[in-house]
Every structure is written in structure tokens, then in C-alpha cells.
Design a binder for this molecule. Structure first.
Ligand code: FAD
Length: 482
């Protein structure tokens, strides 16, 4: 079979690249190892409630926001219905004995932080101002930038921690911003580039939104548009080999079902380390392959899904974060199913980062899980439920665990090594991976190599496609959708 472009992986990034290319008249195929597209975004039902695996909320959905502009370009904005979160506390942070509601709006976030950390008022003002400046200077976050002023990446090597130290922020504030951000991009304050923190947190601060039907709403909208554009989707069909000609130009993508997809270009959106086994060894330098294999990743999550009776109004449209100086003691509680909120049964997800893989892979079992693994999963689940009940003692009565997921569950879903939550770690200590490779016509996107999260994936999908269509062309077109 012959295509202009093949996309490997159907997460948010791959779906976006595929659609951008198809809208430009390219004949596109997507290959996906899972049995359906976007396994990290598709919801599943347990008991009476829906559970969201990899999407709970995002910034950028406001009318003039990044996601609205890019989804408008993809002609699907009307199919996605963002729901506002609680204006004066979309996230409620607990640190020691303090309860800090984070309001919507950059200015309001600054004011709230000043109320709780009056000694750091100057530092907070500089922090908010810095976030604004970084957002303003970043293409695909600010669409008013002219092509002539287009600096492709505002990536810098200053960490969040270094910046907060330089402006004299007190320790507790540093702890709060570091641990909170870590949930939303998976990197510690000492490692995360200030620019990544600013772009992700800034978009949440400005306008956090959830979606009427969670991740399903995104997947359904993409599925509809891909069908309209005639994109072929091969599920249950992983890419297993990439073949090139004598000039290191991409030739074919071989899939697990034996398909040979001839193509001019390919955008790979799977975790880059997985490519080390499928790239032709004689077409790329061994040092590149070992770099891919050795990439540092964000940690995996451990998730517990609950069916809860009589959810307090406090968490109907807000998330709770119990932050601890010990990362593995921090938990986030996110509501699933906002449409169902009627003070009755409701799905909630408790998330915790697993700092190191606590359970050795040899003891996991492949198709049949070992007793040791089942016991480990149960123990961790109980721990999280206990932490949750301590956080919200009032609802202790009607809490039922309907499912839980370990790092192995996520690894099985997406193939991402170790079940990493956001993919590649964006760190001041790790050299940024380029979208370009030594193979002509073969590009990388997604997995946080540009920016983490759903918004990051959509932007990365556009940047991946821009290698083929031309960045200036895409930039001028997306600006029309402001
Ligand atoms: C528990 C959890 C909660 C999250 N919550 C949020 C949130 O609320 N908001 C937010 O913005 N972000 C959230 N995220 C992050 C967000 O889900 C991810 O950053 C984003 O979905 C990554 O998209 P991607 O396309 O880069 O990668 P992926 O979604 O991992 O896509 C890669 C695809 O490639 C496929 N694949 C792997 N190997 C092969 C192969 N050999 N051949 C073909 N296909 C292959 C995989 O099956 C997968 O479908 C969350 C993540 C997790 C884990």
C-alpha cells in the first residue's frame, strides 16, 4: 500500500499530525498497536461511573486559547464542549495545614498566592510576570507573533527552582509550586525548565476547563474528522520495522500484521526509546540509538478509580491536591463525569506519582498476573483510599473502588517504557530531542518532546506536520483561526 505519510501512534499527537496532513491533501495512514485509537484518552465504564485514564482537564480551551484556535483549524472546535471549573478554586491545594484554592485567572492566582505567602509578595509578582512574558514570546501559545519574529523555541536552561530562588521566594511557596506543577507535567522544580512550567501552568491559571464527556469527546471529534478526510487507520497493528533506501530516505513502514506501507514521510509519536528497536541500525548512528534508549522519562502514575456517593460540592468541578514534601505521598483527586453531577454517584480518580517502580517487572506476570502483583496492587490501592479518606473524611461512608491502574497498566496501554505519565522528561539536565532525524522523511513528535499534556500533544502534532508542510505555511494558516 502506498501513502504520502504514515503516522505511528494514534495518541492526541498522532491524530493531530494525521489530520493536519490530510487537510493539506496528503494521503495519510495511521498505525496503532492498540485495538482502538487513543487508548490513553478513551474512557471506560466501571460500575455506575465513567473513568478517564489520561485526560481530566486542560488549559487552552477558552475561545482565544491555544486549543480552541488549533481545534478550529482542524474543524472540530464545535464538537468539543469545554466546561468551566470553579472560578475561585478550580484546584484546591493542601500543604501542611494550609488549604489554598487556586482561582481562574492569572492575576487572581497572583493575588491568592500573595494572601497565603505575604512575605513572598515581590517574588510572586515576578513569577506571574515571568509566566506572562514567556507565554507572550512563545509561538503556538501566542498567535499574534509575526513570522518575522518567530523564534521556534523559547526553551531555556533555567529551572523553576533556580528562578524562584533568584526572586527570593520562601521555601513553602517553592514547595507548593514545585509539587503542584509536578502533577501537571511530571518533573521536579529543580529539573523543569522555567519555560515548560510557565507554558503549562500559565495555560491552566488562565482558563482551566474540563470536558462534558472527558477524553471521549476529544477522540470522537478526531475520529469523525479523520473519517471525513479519508485517513486510513490500522489498529492492532504496530509498526515493527522502518526501512530506508541507500540514501537514507524513508521507504516503508512494516507493521505487525505484515503490511508494508510505502511512504514519503513518517511522523513517529510513540515513545522515542521504542524506535531504537525498529529503526534500521545502519541508517542512524549507534550513539543516537543509545541516546534514545537512555532517555530519562517522567515517572508513571498509580491510579485508583472510585464510585462515590454524595460527592461534596467542593469537588464537583474542582480537583484536590494533597501535596507532601515526599513526592510519593502527594495525591491528586480529580472528578470524572462532570455532566453527571447531581449529588449522587460520581466517578473520582485518585492519582499518585510512583517515584520508582516499586514492583519488579519479573514478578508482574505477562497474561496472567502473579499473586504477588495482585497483592501489591491491592495494598497500594488501599493506601491511596486511606489518604483520600483522610483528605475528605465526610464522604468516608459511600466510597467504592471500581478499578485501579499501575505503571504496568499504562505501559500495556501505550507501550511507553515504565508507564511514564508524560513521556520524555523535559529537564534542564537532558538535551532536548529534535523532531528531525538522520532519516530523510522521518520525524518525531509527541511524548512531551515539545510540550507535555493534551495541549502539548496538539501543538506537537502541528509541529510534526510542519516538517512536511512547512512551518511558515502552517503558522500563517493557524493564525487565520484566531
Ligand atoms: C493518568 C494520567 C492522567 C493525565 N491527565 C491529563 C490531564 O488531565 N490533562 C492533560 O493535559 N494531560 C494529561 N495527561 C497526559 C496526556 O494524557 C499525555 O501527555 C498525552 O495523551 C500524550 O499523547 P501522545 O500522543 O504524545 O502519546 P500517547 O497517547 O502515548 O500515544 C502514543 C500511541 O502510540 C501507540 N504505540 C506505541 N507503540 C506503537 C507501535 N510500535 N506502533 C504503533 N503504535 C504504537 C500507543 O498505543 C499510543 O496510542 C495524563 C496522563 C496520564 C497517564
Amino acid at each position: 500500500m502506498k501513502y504520502d505519510s504514515v503516522i505511528i501512534g494514534s495518541g492526541i499527537t498522532g491524530l493531530t499530525s494525521a489530520l493536519v496532513l490530510a487537510q493539506h491533501g496528503y494521503r495519510v495512514a495511521i498505525v496503532e498497536k492498540n485495538r482502538s485509537i487513543a487508548p490513553l484518552l478513551r474512557r471506560f465504564k466501571r460500575g455506575n461511573v465513567w473513568c478517564d485514564p489520561g485526560f481530566h482537564y486542560s488549559g487552552g480551551f477558552e475561545e482565544s486559547g491555544v486549543l480552541s484556535i488549533l481545534l478550529r483549524y482542524l474543524r472540530m472546535r464545535d464538537d468539543i464542549r469545554p466546561i468551566p471549573m470553579v472560578n475561585d478554586g478550580y484546584d484546591i491545594l493542601y500543604l501542611d495545614d494550609r488549604e489554598i484554592p487556586i482561582p481562574c485567572g492569572m492575576e487572581q492566582v497572583g493575588e491568592t498566592l500573595c494572601t497565603y505567602f505575604p512575605r513572598s509578595k515581590q517574588a510572586i509578582n515576578k513569577y506571574i510576570e515571568k509566566i506572562r512574558l514567556i507565554m507572550e514570546a512563545t509561538p503556538f501559545v501566542n498567535f499574534d507573533i509575526n513570522w518575522d519574529d518567530f523564534a521556534r523555541s523559547p526553551y531555556n536552561t533555567e529551572s523553576l527552582e533556580h528562578f524562584l530562588d533568584s526572586v527570593g521566594a520562601e521555601e513553602d511557596l517553592k514547595e507548593l509550586l514545585g509539587q503542584y506543577g509536578r502533577f501537571l507535567y511530571g518533573v521536579s522544580a529543580g529539573e523543569v525548565p522555567l519555560s515548560i512550567h510557565a507554558l503549562i501552568m500559565g495555560s491552566f491559571y488562565k482558563s482551566p476547563k474540563t470536558l462534558m464527556h472527558g477524553g471521549d469527546e476529544i477522540v470522537d471529534a478526531y475520529e469523525k474528522r479523520l473519517q471525513q478526510e479519508g485517513v486510513d487507520i490500522f489498529c492492532n497493528n504496530p509498526a515493527i520495522k522502518i526501512e530506508v533506501d541507500d540514501n537514507r530516505r524513508l521507504k516503508t513502514i512494516k507493521t505487525g500484521n505484515g503490511e508494508m506501507l510505502e511512504c514519503e514521510h513518517c511522523i513517529s509519536t510513540i515513545h522515542p526509546s521504542l524506535l531504537a528497536d525498529i529503526l534500521p541500525a545502519d541508517a542512524v548512528r549507534p550513539a543516537y540509538l543509545s541516546r534514545l534508549r537512555g532517555l530519562e522519562n517522567t515517572n508513571p502514575p498509580f491510579a485508583v478509580y472510585l464510585e462515590v456517593d454524595n460527592v461534596p460540592e467542593k469537588i464537583a468541578y474542582s480537583n484536590l491536591y494533597k501535596l507532601s514534601r515526599l513526592t510519593e505521598k502527594s495525591i491528586g483527586v480529580m472528578a470524572c463525569d462532570p455532566i453527571k453531577y447531581d449529588n449522587k454517584k460520581r466517578g473520582l480518580c485518585i492519582l499518585r506519582e510512583s517515584p520508582e517502580n516499586k514492583f519488579p517487572k519479573e514478578r508482574y506476570g505477562s497474561y496472567k498476573r502473579t499473586a504477588a502483583y495482585i497483592e501489591y496492587k491491592q495494598r497500594e490501592t488501599n493506601n491511596l483510599v486511606t489518604q483520600f479518606k483522610e483528605l475528605l473524611p465526610g464522604i468516608a461512608g459511600g466510597v467504592k473502588v471500581v478499578d485501579s491502574a499501575t505503571s504496568y497498566t499504562y505501559e500495556r496501554y501505550t507501550g511507553t517504557p515504565g508507564g511514564s505519565m508524560y513521556g520524555v522528561k523535559q529537564s534542564v539536565n537532558q538535551i532536548k530531542l529534535s523532531s528531525l532525524t538522520a532519516i530523510r522523511g522521518f520525524y518525531l513528535a509527541g511524548q512531551s518532546i515539545h510540550l507535555p499534556g493534551i495541549m502539548g500533544g496538539v501543538i506537537s502534532g502541528f509541529l510534526g506536520a510542519s516538517n512536511i508542510i512547512g512551518l511558515e505555511t502552517i503558522w500563517n494558516e493557524v493564525r487565520e483561526c484566531r
